[in-house]
Design a protein around this ligand. Structure first.
Ligand code: SF4
Ligand code: SF4
Length: 470
């Protein structure tokens, strides 16, 4: 009987060498036109304008947005947040996070593609690069050339522009934490303090390197959002996709040829790859590197238009739509994140509306429980601290609630300047006839004498010798 040859299967594990430290190739992004490019450009200019102009706005004779760390006060328009408002600031951060999740469930990584600082500044730097060195082909050629006067001039212009943007970005950023007019005055004389010098240097270098050189590396390897974004995606999330059914089999050639050859609409021109700022091929499917900038949509639409084919070979679509199923906007994840945004917004709004612009801190003197002044009079000492978180001077009065007869030794009316804190030691004397217990709960009533809505109560205790009260 003839022996049937058996196929030899190599069961040994194959050795695959991955060089984790391989030098990444520089990406030369090709210029293109299109609706999403325009949208991103408008968005970028608006965001850049907001970023650079905001520290120059004033409110009540002070910088409108100022995070004054030495004074531990955050000024945002008419509001001043103190360390005691930390919960409110945390709430704001949580709200932004949920808004990001909400947008991601609906539109994928729209934040990354249109509004992230890294994307906005990278495109800003790419604009400067193209202005100085020319188109993609010209830049590729220039980098291969040996140094010449022309190359030096072009590189000099590019690096000067990059440096100017980086310095302006750093000054503006530090200007959110130090009054920007003071900062610029110091800039002319180079009289910065150590912290200002450090942060100016840090942000100048970080902007220059991140936006000039590292670019997509930041998104790929440093940004945690790229890693967990897929958790928020579902089959109805808008993603940028290549229509494989329409595009394949891809092949080089004109419209006429592709029809006769039974080829798909993709002419394998690689434009979608050439315009991609992270250097990936969208035809390989959704990849975590994709920042949803839609450059490949614009690039491919240009090609389709030239070939007289319908646009949208690369387009925004959902997994469900690509599989011929219907699109559902209202699904549990979308509703859940939306509700979370509404609830947190309502909570923060309520906190802001009911926020009292004074902060009261009252502590009993722990050194001495009480002083027996004789004739049944007992004295307790307290440390009172009142902060004025508003932009106006407030006059407050301090009194005791629920105690009929007492003597207050200390200033009962206090004038507090805007954003200032005053402290005082005060003494309360009460006759034992007016006490029902050696540990009597008392309430300090701290209120503005001009504005009834500004009022806070602080609970404490009045201690007396048990043998005199019982
Ligand atoms: S694949 Fe397309 S959307 Fe994704 S990063 Fe590249 S160009 Fe932008
Ligand atoms: S730009 Fe469009 S046609 Fe050209 S390779 Fe990409 S998908 Fe194919």
């Amino acid at each position: 009987m003839e022996k049937i040859p058996t196929q030899q299967v190599d069961t040994k594990p194959q050795k695959v060498v991955v060089n984790l430290y391989a030098k990444s190739e520089r990406i030369y992004v090709r210029a293109y036109k299109g609706i999403y490019r325009n949208l991103r450009n408008y968005m970028a200019w608006v965001l850049l304008l907001i970023y650079y102009v905001t520290p120059w706005l004033t409110w009540d004779d002070r910088q409108a947005i100022l995070f004054d760390l030495p004074a531990r006060q955050f000024h945002i328009l008419s509001l001043t947040f103190w360390p005691q408002d930390f919960a409110l600031l945390s709430g704001l951060l949580i709200l932004f996070t949920f808004i990001l999740f909400f947008v991601t469930v609906f539109a994928g990584r729209a934040w990354c593609g249109y509004a992230c600082f890294q994307t906005v500044w990278t495109y800003f730097f790419m604009w400067a690069e193209e202005f100085a060195e020319g188109s993609r082909n010209a830049r590729t050629k220039l980098d291969k050339q040996s140094m010449s006067v022309t190359k030096f001039r072009k590189k000099f212009v590019k690096h000067t522009l990059w440096s100017a943007i980086s310095v302006a970005t750093a000054i503006t950023f530090v200007g959110y934490f130090t009054p920007i007019t003071d900062l610029l005055n110091k800039f002319s004389t180079f009289e910065f303090g150590p912290w200002e010098s450090w942060w100016l240097l840090f942000f100048t270098v970080a902007t220059y390197l991140n936006s000039g050189y590292m670019r997509e590396q930041v998104c790929k390897y440093m940004c945690p959002y790229a890693r967990f974004q897929s958790v928020m995606f579902d089959p109805n999330t808008l993603i940028i996709t290549y229509d494989e059914a329409r595009g394949e089999p891809r092949g080089k050639g004109s419209r006429k040829q592709s029809t006769s050859d039974d080829l798909g609409d993709c002419v394998d021109c690689n434009v979608c790859v050439a315009v991609c700022p992270v250097g990936i091929d969208i035809r390989d499917g959704l990849q975590y590197e994709c920042i949803s900038c839609a450059a490949c949509i614009d690039g491919c639409n240009e090609v389709m238009e030239r070939l007289g084919k319908p646009k949208g070979l690369v387009r925004y679509a959902t997994e469900n739509v690509l599989e011929g199923q219907s699109y559902h906007l209202l699904r549990s994840r979308f509703i859940g994140y939306g509700l979370a945004v509404l609830v947190i917004s309502a909570f923060i709004g309520a906190q802001l509306l009911t926020r009292v612009p004074i902060e009261v801190d009252l502590i009993r003197d722990r050194q001495t429980l009480f002083h027996d002044l004789g004739d049944g009079v007992i004295e307790n000492t307290y440390h009172l601290k009142v902060s004025n978180k508003s932009q106006e001077t407030i006059t407050i009065s301090v009194a005791l609630n629920d105690v009929v007869d007492y003597k207050y030794i200390g200033q009962q009316r206090l004038l507090i300047a805007p954003n200032a804190t005053i402290e005082q030691m005060l003494r309360i004397q009460i006759h034992t006839d007016n006490l029902i217990s050696p540990k009597t709960d008392i309430t300090f009533d701290v209120k503005s004498i001009n504005d009834k809505s500004i009022r806070m109560e602080q609970e404490s205790r009045f201690l007396a010798p048990a043998e005199q009260v019982l």
